[in-house]
Design a protein around this ligand. Structure first.
Ligand code: GUN
Length: 178
C-alpha cells in the first residue's frame, strides 16, 4: 500500500537560520522578504515544513502588519499584462503565473483593456490590481478587474492582501512539489 507522504519544503524552514529562510523563501512575497523574516522571528516548528502551515504563518505576519506596510507589499507587484511583463522584467513566479493565465496571449484589444484598467485602478487606489490568477483565464481576470474597480479603498486593500496571501500559498505548494 502506498502511503501518503505529505509534501514538505526543502530546505526545511524549521531548520533554517533567518538568513537562509530569507534566501530560500523571501521571494514568496514579491520583493518583500521581511514577511518571511517576521515568520522566522515568530518562531518556526517542524509543522511549518509543510507549505500550507508556513503560508498560514506568513499570511498572519502580513495581516498583522501596518496598513502602510501592507500597501508597500501590494505596490511591489507588477501590472497584469503590463509593460514590464512584455519586456520580460518580472520575477520568475510572476512570469509563470501571468503566462499560466494566458496573459501573454492577449489580443491587441485585450492588452488595451488591461492597460486602461491598470491605469484607472492605480489612479483610484494608489497600488496595482493583484489577483491570484491560478485557475483563471484572461476573461475571468478582466471580469474581476472591472468589478473590483468599483470597490472602496479599504475593501480593495483587504481584498488585495487576501489575494497576495493566496498567491504565496500557491507558490509554496509549487515549491514543495518539485
Ligand atoms: N497575480 C499573480 N501574479 C501576479 C502578478 O505578477 N501581478 C499581479 N498584479 N497580480 C498577480
Amino acid at each position: 500500500m502506498p502511503t501518503n507522504h505529505p509534501l514538505l519544503l526543502s530546505p526545511a524552514p524549521s531548520q533554517c537560520s533567518l538568513e537562509m529562510l530569507a534566501h530560500h523563501y523571501g521571494d514568496v512575497y514579491e520583493h518583500s522578504p521581511w514577511v518571511a523574516e517576521a515568520a522566522w522571528q515568530h518562531g518556526l516548528t517542524d509543522a511549518h515544513d509543510a507549505p500550507d502551515a508556513l503560508a498560514a504563518l506568513m499570511g498572519l505576519m502580513l495581516q498583522q502588519a501596518s496598513s502602510e506596510q501592507q500597501i508597500k507589499v501590494i505596490q511591489a507587484h507588477p501590472d497584469l499584462a503590463g509593460k514590464a511583463a512584455m519586456a520580460g522584467e518580472l520575477t520568475q513566479d510572476s512570469t509563470s503565473e501571468q503566462a499560466g493565465a494566458g496573459l501573454d496571449q492577449c489580443s491587441p484589444e485585450e492588452f488595451a483593456r488591461f492597460e486602461y484598467l491598470n491605469t484607472a485602478y492605480k489612479e483610484k487606489f494608489g497600488f496595482p490590481f493583484v489577483i491570484a490568477v491560478k485557475g483563471l483565464d484572461r476573461h475571468d481576470i478582466l471580469a474581476a478587474f472591472e468589478e473590483r474597480l468599483n470597490n472602496d479603498p479599504a475593501t480593495e486593500r483587504k481584498t488585495a492582501i487576501e489575494q497576495i496571501i493566496r498567491i504565496a500559498r500557491f507558490r509554496l505548494r509549487a515549491r514543495a512539489e518539485q
